[in-house]
Design a protein around this ligand. Structure first.
Ligand code: XMP
Length: 520
């Protein structure tokens, strides 16, 4: 277990709540660094002087399931302020001699909390009102407060909704201040970190940029670093950050699989090589990919072939650069957080993801992962700070296997050409109508069926184009975007009239789940 020691921070001990990442984000939005660590991993000796306060998250556990959570109580006796949230609230009471029991009335959803006493934690939280709406999600509740604890607010079903022990600097809430449904919830978190922990702001995009550049320089010294550039947000930010840090010692490899969006390769070379002056090796592997994918229609086979060939080509070119010691990757914080395994649940494999990030293990390179403490929105802000264009920073996600998984059935040159055009018209129309940034991801796909149509007086027999546009927070769940008729109608006309090979357009209205975002 190693925690970053260079910055003052709030430590979040995770008990498996679905909202733990949100707590960390809220703290960082307030300008303070925060780190998450699983309750199973944290040791007393990990609590170093950079930690200025501790937040105990919620979780699916019950305080009496002692064998399910292991947690050294001494961590809470180091004279550091503690904020308990939901399960964290219950465990803080239990540890200090209070009692927790199953609620007669479970509370899920909105509830009102009523002010009973003043507290630093609730300073300016209630404003001039007596109550505030909060988000509850619990089946157990604190039924008896420990000694020296005071009630600050109650709800109808939870007498001890906000409590404190001022001497010990223990504060806790039964509800979730980190979710947006809790009115003024961020104020509680802000009071905890600034009034109670007395920590100073240390987490702006500019601070981050300078510190990350410094860290990279320290880590790689005079050595060479390679990086797979895809043109997506994460790898673009990594490349530009390393470019600023080590300049020509960075070698980016960009592989054109032939399955990219229209003109993507031109744009990447233009932006990174010409404008940002990054050492970029452009590899045109269109033919190689198409040859390997010939007559393959199984989605998993397509993904494996593309992933493996990508790595082979990357290795081939990386070997040409002598004495490389490091590989840079765009790993983000959510990929690392241990909380994913807190409840021990195993999700079944839906698709084998191909990420340019998961690169060659056998090359024996050390990893540089400068974004590994950042969330996606922080990466975007950092990108802007690094002078990457807004266009790159706010692009929709694009999958590693590219158009191959937007073309069920076999892959041919003709299909790729048709699909690139359809996708281009779709994305362009979204931009023209100011819809692009309202949508999380959008794309066109080409279905492997031909249908009959009529154009002029002639019968046509051509492919079916499927359009998909979704809204989402993180790609884990998604809903379809509802277009107005004039937009979708004119787009459909444009696609059918302009692209030979498509005579029908359909719009995908399924959500995820039950569908996935991509078709394969
Ligand atoms: P699904 O289809 O699983 O997609 O609902 C969720 C998100 O992941 C993207 N995606 C990928 N991204 N490599 C990637 O880098 C992949 O192999 C891959 N497959 C899907 C997809 O575009 C969506 O944003």
């Amino acid at each position: 277990m190693s925690l970053d020691q260079s910055l003052s921070k709030i430590l979040i001990i995770d008990f498996g709540s679905q909202f733990t990442q949100l707590i960390a984000r809220r703290v960082r939005e307030l300008g303070v660094f925060s780190e998450i660590v699983s309750h199973k991993k944290i040791k007393l000796k990990d609590i170093n002087s950079s930690i200025k306060g501790i937040i105990l998250s919620g979780g699916p556990l019950n305080v009496y399931q002692i064998n399910k959570y292991s947690f050294n109580k001494k961590i809470l006796q180091l004279d550091l302020p503690v904020l308990g949230i939901c399960f964290g609230h219950q465990i803080l009471s239990k540890i200090n001699g209070g009692r927790v029991k199953q609620s007669k009335h479970r509370e899920f959803g909105l509830a009102n909390v009523y002010k009973k006493n003043n507290s630093l934690l609730t300073s300016n939280f209630f404003g001039n009102k007596k109550s505030k709406q909060v988000w509850m999600s619990h089946a157990d509740q604190v039924s008896k407060l420990p000694k020296n604890f005071k009630v600050i607010a109650s709800s109808t079903n939870s007498k001890f909704a906000i409590v404190e022990n001022k001497i010990k600097k223990y504060y806790s809430v039964q509800f979730h201040p980190e979710v947006t449904h809790t009115e003024n919830g961020k104020k509680l978190i802000s009071n905890f970190i600034f009034l109670i922990c007395k920590i100073k702001r240390n987490w702006s995009s500019k601070d981050k940029k300078n510190q990350l550049i410094e860290d990279v320089r320290k880590q790689v010294g005079n050595n060479k670093v390679i990086c797979a550039l895809s043109g997506g947000v994460d790898s673009s930010v990594v490349a530009q950050l390393l470019n600023k840090a080590i300049g020509k010692k960075l070698y980016c490899i960009f592989v054109n699989t032939g399955l990219l969006r229209k003109n993507e390769e031109v744009q990447v070379v233009q932006t990174f090589k010409k404008r940002l002056k990054i050492n970029l090796i452009y590899v045109n592997a269109e033919k190689e990919f198409l040859k390997k994918l010939k007559n393959v229609s199984d989605p998993e086979k397509k993904r494996k072939i593309i992933g493996n060939l990508f790595i082979k080509i990357f290795e081939r070119y990386a070997k040409k650069i002598k004495n490389v010691k490091f590989l840079a990757q765009g790993t983000l914080y959510p990929d690392l957080i241990e909380s994913k395994s807190v409840t021990g649940s195993q999700t079944s494999k839906i698709k084998s993801h191909h990420n340019v990030g998961g690169l060659p293990k056998k090359m024996n390179l050390k990893l540089v992962e400068p974004l590994k403490f950042l969330f996606k929105d922080e990466v975007r802000k950092l990108g802007l700070e690094l002078k990457l264009s807004k266009e790159i920073i706010s692009r929709h996600p694009f999958p590693g296997p590219g158009l191959a998984i937007r073309m069920p059935g076999i892959i041919t040159n003709e299909k790729i050409k048709i699909l690139k055009e359809a996708d281009y018209y779709f994305i362009q129309a979204l931009k023209d109508y100011g819809l692009y940034h309202k949508i999380w991801q959008a794309y066109a796909a080409l279905l492997p069926v031909k249908t009959v149509g009529v154009m002029g007086d002639n019968r046509t027999y051509e492919y079916l184009c499927l359009l998909r546009a979704i809204t989402s927070e993180d790609g884990m769940t998604a809903d379809y975007y509802e277009f107005k008729k004039p937009f979708i109608q004119s787009l459909s006309n444009k696609i059918v009239n302009s692209i030979r090979g498509i005579n029908r357009v359909v719009y995908d209205v399924t959500s995820k789940p039950p569908s996935t975002i991509e078709l394969e």
